[in-house]
Ligand binder design. Structure first.
Ligand code: E4P
Length: 218
């Protein structure tokens, strides 16, 4: 299972990388804006900075919604670094563009996926990654993990090569659920990844071990 961090914050990306568990990064226009990164040149420079830290795949999202625009933008993004993955929205021209990128050796991440039907289309088009948005489905009172399970089953039925990148993760339990279901990748905020560390019995146990050592070596 691969771990991607879902942020454009360089300090958080460095922290996840230093932990030794980071396989890649996903960003989106909202995450870029949150870091105050605006304007085409600054955004490209920021992707280059992320790719300096991380050798794994880094998703860079296009903002065009027409085929020609997506191709033009995606080609420019792909030139930034060899580990850039072009993130393309799940729309008709996006699917056409994913097929084009796939035929031309450019990796893609099909984003804003909310149904199994969309997942089938993206795999047929040759997407490298598929991003079902688990948390946003939970937000409207459906069970996001059900969608992950459905896609895992469908992709296994046909041996689709597209990797399931569970996105919009909101808590550590989402990560564990995705691992149980067999998602290939999770992308999560650093906070949710770090929360996997927590268990009160670990803290109590460590405190006792250290206290006993101190007593024995007083
Ligand atoms: C996926 O790649 C998106 O960047 C992200 O996971 C969306 O998460 P959100 O629903 O918390 O905004």
């Amino acid at each position: 299972m691969k771990f991607f961090v879902d942020t454009a914050n360089l300090d958080q990306i460095r922290e996840a990388h230093d932990l030794g568990i980071l396989d890649g990064v996903t960003t989106n226009p909202s995450l870029m804006a949150k870091e105050g990164i605006t304007g085409e040149a600054n955004i490209r420079k920021h992707y280059a900075d992320i790719c300096e830290i991380v050798s794994g795949d880094v998703s860079a999202e296009v903002i065009s919604t027409d085929f020609e625009g997506i191709i033009r933008e995606g080609q420019e993004l792909a030139k930034i670094a060899p580990n850039i993955v072009v993130k393309v929205p799940m729309i008709k021209d996006g699917i056409k563009a994913i097929r084009w990128f796939s035929d031309n050796g450019i990796k893609t991440n099909c984003t804003l996926v909310f149904s199994a039907g969309q997942a089938i289309l993206a795999a047929k088009a040759g997407a490298t990654y598929l991003s079902p948005f688990l948390g946003r489905i939970d937000d409207i009172s459906w069970d996001g993990t059900e969608l992950i399970a459905q896609i895992v089953e469908i992709y296994a039925n046909y041996g689709f090569a597209t990797e399931i990148l569970a996105a919009s993760i909101r808590n550590p339990l989402h990560i564990v659920n995705c691992a149980e279901l067999g998602a290939d990748v999770i992308t999560a905020p650093l906070k949710s990844i770090m929360a996997l560390l927590n268990h009160p019995l670990t803290d109590i146990g460590l405190e006792k071990f250290l206290a006993d050592y101190a007593k024995g070596n007083a």
